[in-house]
Write a protein that binds this ligand. Sequence first.
Ligand code: B12
Length: 253
Amino acid sequence: MKEKIRKYVLAEGGDDVGFVAAADYDSPLSPALESILPGVKSLVVIAYRELSSCESDNKEIAMNGRLDVMEFSRSLNYKVARFIEKEFGGKTMTVPISYPMKMEAETKGSVGEVSLRHAAVAAGLGAWGRHNIVIHPEMGTRMVFTAVLTQLELDSDAVVTDDLCIECDLCVESCPANALDVEGKTHVGRCLSNSQPYGIGGAIRFGMKLIDAEPEQKKAMLADPHFWKLYQAGFIGFQYQCFNCMAVCPVGQ
Ligand code: B12
């Protein structure tokens, strides 16, 4: 089964694929897989190369590269899920690159339903780096992941035991928010407010200010490019302004 699925994913444009038995996936913050798909037995984790767009100082082009891979991965994830159901039976469910994401006070919208980094590491697709993201053994850090939950008994691929991070600290030094200063722990608030200034925090701050503003100030706020960017983020989804920790990592480049 694994070989057939692997062949399909690669033929359809995935850059790599790994398998992990549900019992070998462990992410302390995300919900139990069983609560998502009762009878879940395995995850098929798909890896995609991020485009070179992530290097661009032009943030619209950088974000567009991410949107390209998000759109492609949504389609591939769906196809793989359908392929598995048709070919081998059982139920499947897909896990997206980023959203939809649960927006709850408890997790502050910062925990995925399935942690794709933990899944990727357990599926042998890479190892954690100093930047707290996953480095693929050949393709490096510029990777994103999706997954398909299945009810198939698939055993886990071998995990990567090599330390792929070369400890150059370029990610730490190039983080404009100093979000990587503490090893093994990304400062979520710092990363979020810098990489997504038009995200949820920005939208809340804008709304709060608007409520209290005088009528003339309200008009000025709505005519300001800051609001236009919030508006755009609202319909494209996230609007990352920073890809530094991925883009500067020399591993695999
Ligand atoms: C919410 C989210 C964020 C939030 C919160 C991050 C966070 N605390 O996890 C914010 C906005 C900050 C964020 C930022 C980024 N994100 Co993000 N994000 C997610 C999302 C949707 C959920 C993550 C989640 O569930 N976190 C909660 C759990 C997993 O965190 P945790 O248990 O506390 O683990 C943390 C630490 O304990 C540590 N950790 C845990 N175990 C271990 C073990 C070792 C050995 C080490 C060293 C560290 C470590 O790493 C984690 C990060 O703090 C995932 C997609 C997904 N569904 O997984 C993408 C995802 C993690 N993001 C991704 C990316 C690329 C980014 C950014 C580069 C932004 C961008 N422009 O794309 C930055 C990188 C920030 C960084 N260097 O840490 C990719 C990572 C790909 C990869 N190669 O690993 C993912 C997997 C999206 C995808 N589908 O590919 N992200």
